[in-house]
Write a protein of this length. Structure first.
Length: 478
């Protein structure tokens, strides 16, 4: 019996030992398998997060997907080289613009009539060595060209988002032209690329000046009441969001106008105009255009290689206003707006925007009866974002069904600052204060806006200079 008990105990001990070894073995096998699953889970979460971040980035900055999906021969034509307002690389509009394109395509190179005639001769020689071009060299003659144009503080960022999104979705060749580009640069692009859309952030032309009757177009022009534009610019420049507002620039040269502001002068040279306009800073090309002699728009069947203009002085009181306010700024613009009394700061802002505001109103006047043009008051986005976007989509005639157009409208609601908290944050944070308090202002902010408006409108020299412009604006939007 004792022997049996010892044997049973021995068997039980061996069995228990085997169970322990088996448990240790399976636990040892289970642990690396568990670690493997954890790695898979972490990789899945990481991949999902990366994809979500990329998707959000492309949604926030549709300019990137526009460039990636571009059908242009040179894809970089569709991008201004910036992310979050920061230039991150040389682009077509940067390195190539200055180093390979004809000099006549860059207005910064065209400083006098003699140089213009020389450049025109070179252009004509180039054109004469090729088959003559009538209109576009037209791979894209079967579709219209969509144009969007804005001005400082009239919704440039929003416009670029809307049209970049359209370009990305439609897989078009879309081109961004900077302010310095000339008419010849735009025409050259249309001759060399199958362009569906191009944009410009400081628009200075009537589309008929660009195309005559050669190119069917749809133009969306973003404008704003000049007074609201000045108030917005005052807050924006005071914050110093743009780098140039923090630089000391030669505004004092605006007071050296004896050669162009004399009442007896009826015609001035391009060189004189260029010297003066270089000191206006905000939109030098607007200043140049506002000194051009009016020209009749004659329908053309063939583009001339290059335009030449004659120039005339403006009213003496305008030069006096520019000198009295902007011409006395010896610091950076931001510093001046921060330190000057509000009344004088507003006058400085009104002066720096004067020529651009004139150009904006001139375009409104020239296009108000043009059925191919849609003039959009940027402030309409604040209270009627979706209807305003829908109006733009209808105007540009995408050739889509109503349901497809409505899908695009819904997609673009992401850029409604009223409803899209995250997008609003990207436009108004410690790194980027682009929108300031223009959207959904508090009661105190509204009272401040009213106070600033009253201060500006109470200045007699402002009314004397801006009065005719405001009257033209009122008539143009009736």
């Amino acid at each position: 019996m004792k022997a049996k008990n010892r044997l049973r105990k021995k068997v039980e001990e061996d069995a228990e030992d085997s169970r322990e070894k088996a448990t240790i073995f399976f636990e040892a096998e289970k642990e690396p398998r568990s670690r493997k699953y954890k790695v898979y889970i972490l990789l899945g979460v990481f991949s999902g997060t990366v994809l979500l971040a990329i998707g959000l980035l492309l949604r926030l900055y549709p300019e990137l997907s526009m460039a990636l999906n571009s059908q242009c021969k040179v894809k970089a034509r569709g991008w201004d080289g910036k992310v979050m307002g920061v230039r991150i690389g040389a682009t077509w509009n940067g390195w190539v613009d200055y180093n390979t394109r004809p000099r006549s395509h860059n207005l910064h190179h065209r400083t006098n009539a003699t140089g213009d005639r020389r450049l025109r001769g070179i252009e004509e020689e180039i054109h004469s060595s090729h088959v003559p071009v009538s209109g576009r060299a037209l791979s894209n003659e079967n579709h219209q060209v969509i144009i969007w144009g804005s001005h400082h503080r009239t919704g440039t960022i929003l416009a670029s988002k809307i049209f970049a999104k359209l370009c990305s979705k439609m897989h078009w060749c879309c081109v961004f032209h900077p302010t310095r580009d000339s008419v010849e640069a735009i025409r050259s692009t249309l001759e060399n690329e199958d362009v569906h859309l191009f944009g410009h952030n400081q628009w200075i032309w009537n589309p008929k000046e660009l195309f005559g009757d050669l190119v069917p177009y749809r133009f969306v022009h973003f404008y704003r009441n000049p007074v609201s534009k000045i108030l917005s610019g005052y807050k924006y420049h005071k914050a110093g969001t743009e780098t140039w507002t923090k630089k000391v620039l030669p505004y004092q040269n605006l007071c050296n106008t004896t050669d162009i502001s004399a009442r007896s002068v009826s015609e001035i040279s391009r060189a004189q105009v260029v010297r003066y306009c270089e000191s206006t800073q905000l939109c030098q090309t607007c200043c140049r255009r506002e000194h051009e002699q009016p020209q009749d728009l004659v329908p053309s069947q063939q583009w001339a290689p290059m335009q030449l203009h004659t120039y005339a002085p403006r009213k003496h009181k305008e030069y006096k206003y520019m000198c009295s306010h902007l011409g006395h700024v010896s610091t950076s613009l931001q510093e001046a707006l921060r330190t000057l009394p509000e009344e004088e700061g507003l006058a400085v802002e009104a002066a720096i925007e004067f020529f651009e505001n004139n150009r904006m109103v001139a375009i409104l006047e020239q296009t108000q009866r043009d059925t191919s043009t849609l003039n959009i008051d940027t402030d309409s986005f604040v209270n009627d974002f979706t209807p305003t976007v829908r109006k733009i989509i209808k105007h540009v005639s995408l050739g889509l069904s109503d349901n497809e157009e409505e899908e695009i409208v819904k997609d673009l609601e992401f850029y409604d600052l009223d409803r899209s908290f995250f997008y609003r944050w990207t436009q108004n944070n410690v790194f980027n204060s682009h929108i300031q308090a223009d959207v959904n202002p508090t009661e105190d902010q509204m009272n401040k806006i009213v106070s600033l408006r009253d201060t500006l409108m109470s200045q007699m020299d402002f009314i004397n200079v801006y009065g005719p412009l405001l009257a033209r604006f009122k008539k143009a939007i009736e």
